[in-house]
Design a protein around this ligand. Structure first.
Ligand code: FDA
Length: 583
């Protein structure tokens, strides 16, 4: 006997992309089922740096506290060290992820929540648990085999790996969040640019308490430049904190054109002791795994009723920590659109905007992460080790940075310059926060984005030009304080206006009824529960007090009006109908 399971959205994969889709859809009350190949979630730490945009999604979903409870906090993640070994000499440090006092204000001003470090094997269970509690049918040991789609839906073959029995799922939509080897992306023939497997990396996880070596310079990342450690001719490895300060992961490059290295416990122990510079250290090796570095992104993300998200559409090295973060945001973008179309509140064309909005992001982050990886070359050049013949010469070249000579001074200057460039990997706040969309789900008011006043990769410049993320400021009363982001949750469309914009709020009631959507008004002004406590809203809004800003469920500004108009209901109706592909 064969049976057909029915659901509105079938999600393949329970990684950051799939589990975030499930969580967002269940939060919106959309029936969904998530299948995943293995018995449980990610079994290695994998992605970890969790940026403010991802944290804002978790905050919106009401799970920010749960994530923070399992995370290493912002204060402990940023004293990034470059050294010849953990116990050895330092080459230099860089304060990362906004922990430099001169950068910290930028991060605090940009968001109600700060970045943190949560390893993927801690994050996924939180996402999966909350999604499942809210309604997701989660099926482990369930493998996606193939699908077909027709005008009304998608029919997917799933293998239950416990029983060995195949079954069929019939859904309205399918999300392929099945990672860097995505079958779904293959099957729908997404167009890609770039290259897979350009370099090999090995992860070694281990336990060893080294607080004495690192507690005074707390960081997630300790970069070790170590001639003789035999990697890619140069010898560089990353010692990454998983749990402070007794669980670690080493990332180690290998030549992908050679047979994959075999690393047994003895070899792994030796690598750990070398990079730590602690030959006697008691080490418990807990695992090793190999993975490929890619520079590969899809230029179109969907076909008909099938969408891909996460590593399925953007594949790149961990540099900049963008993998999991971008995967979460793909899902945030897609979930409300699917919900609106499934509920009949939006035309199916709304779904086309997923690819229009997210494909440029995929290209941008894959390019950025790979460029950051390559920019490490500048440090190796500054140290003079790229042209060294052998290990002894490399060590001598690194030592030269201490010389009391003009050449020594030149080397010191070159190292300083090379380290400065690493801000584009470790403090690229603009890349993380400044995504901007142009699509039919954004209605232009004819304005253009203000010219960036600072480097747009390093610095985020909030704006209310349609297509921008809603700027964060604190508003509230003598009793309560809210972020503007808190006032625009994913379960609704939201308008923001001021006291003289009351007519917009009245119009919103009409428009909500006409379109059958949830549209709430937030009036910011004195005497209200949402007063402009610090006058920051007046400075951030870029419109007059009687203007209006319309915000989508994913907190992107959909439209704005500079000031009051003759017929606010008509203007608002026109804008929202257009966003929903109902115009
Ligand atoms: P992800 O790969 O997490 O999830 C894919 C999901 O699909 C899994 O649940 C899998 O079981 C499921 N699946 C696959 N095929 C299936 C099928 N046929 N049927 C059913 N289910 C299927 N990033 C970073 O920023 N820092 C880092 O240090 C690392 N380190 C790292 C190490 C290793 C070993 C890997 C493989 C990857 C990293 N990454 C990383 C990348 C980071 O992990 C990645 O960007 C995110 O996990 C992407 O999330 P997704 O949900 O898109 O895919």
């Amino acid at each position: 006997t064969s049976s057909v399971v029915e659901t509105d959205v079938l999600i393949v994969g329970s990684g950051p992309a799939g589990a975030s889709s499930a969580l967002a859809l269940s939060t919106l009350g959309i029936s969904n089922m998530m299948i995943t190949k293995y018995r449980w979630t990610a079994n290695t730490p994998r992605a970890h740096i969790t940026n403010q945009r991802a944290m804002e999604f978790f905050r919106d979903m009401g799970i920010e506290e749960q994530v923070l409870a399992d995370a290493t906090p912002h204060e402990l993640i940023g004293d990034t060290v470059f050294c010849t070994s953990i116990a050895g000499e330092e080459i230099g440090r860089i304060l990362t992820w906004g922990t430099h006092p001169a950068r910290h204000a930028d991060y605090q001003l940009a968001s109600p929540t700060l970045n943190c470090d949560i390893p993927q094997n801690y994050l996924e269970p939180i996402l999966v648990k909350n999604a499942t509690m809210r309604g997701t049918q989660t099926r482990f040991s369930s493998e996606y085999i193939s699908h077909t789609q027709d005008a009304d839906g998608v029919t997917t073959q799933v293998l239950d790996r416990v029983t060995g029995v195949e079954y069929t799922v019939r859904s309205k939509y399918l999300i392929g969040a099945d990672g860097a080897r995505s079958l779904v992306a293959d099957e729908i023939g997404l167009p890609f640019e770039g290259q897979m497997d350009i370099a090999g990396s090995m992860n070694i996880t281990f336990k060893a308490d080294i607080e004495e070596q690192v507690g005074h310079r707390p960081s997630v990342l300790y970069w070790v430049v170590q001639p003789g450690s035999n990697v890619g001719g140069i010898g560089a490895g990353l010692v990454r904190m998983v749990r402070p300060w007794n669980e670690w992961l080493i990332v180690w490059g290998y030549d992908i054109n050679q047979p994959a290295p075999v690393v047994d416990t003895a070899a792994a122990t030796q690598i750990v002791r070398n990079l730590l510079g602690m030959p006697e250290l008691e080490v418990e090796i807990t695992g090793t795994s190999l993975w490929g570095n890619n520079e590969y992104f899809a230029t179109h993300l969907q076909k008909g009723r099938v969408f891909c998200a996460g590593d399925a559409i953007h594949r790149h090295p961990p540099s900049n920590g963008l993998g999991s973060n971008t995967s979460v945001q793909d899902s945030y973008n897609l979930a409300w659109k699917l919900a609106a179309v499934i509920r009949g509140q939006a035309g199916a064309e709304l779904l086309e905007t997923y690819s229009v909005e997210r494909a440029p992001v995929a290209r941008q982050i894959v390019t950025r992460a790979n460029q950051s990886g390559r920019e490490f070359g500048q440090l190796f050049e500054a140290l003079g080790i790229t042209t060294a013949k052998d290990e002894a010469e490399m060590i001598a070249r690194i030592e030269e940075r201490k010389d009391n000579t003009p050449a020594g001074a030149a080397k010191r200057a070159a190292i300083e310059a090379a380290m400065k460039i690493k801000n584009y990997e470790f403090n690229a706040h603009g890349v993380e926060m400044g995504q901007f969309y142009e699509s039919s789900a954004v209605v232009s008011d004819g304005s253009t984005r203000p010219e960036p006043t600072r480097d747009p990769e390093l610095y985020y410049q909030p704006s209310t030009v349609p297509g921008s993320p809603l700027p964060h400021v604190w508003v509230g009363s003598s009793q309560k304080k809210y972020s503007t982001l808190d006032l625009a949750p994913s379960t609704q469309f939201t308008i923001f206006t001021g006291l003289t914009g009351q007519a917009w709020a009245d119009a919103a009631v009409d428009v909500a009824a006409k379109l059958g959507v949830t549209l709430k008004a937030v009036i910011i002004g004195p005497g209200l529960d949402t007063s402009d406590l610090y006058f920051d809203w007046a400075r951030a809004r870029e419109i007059d007090e009687d203007g209006v800003i319309l915000v989508r469920p994913d907190k992107i500004i959909a439209w704005r009006s500079q000031s009051m108009v003759d017929d606010p209901a008509e203007a608002l109706l026109g804008a929202l109908a257009s966003v929903l592909s109902r115009a």
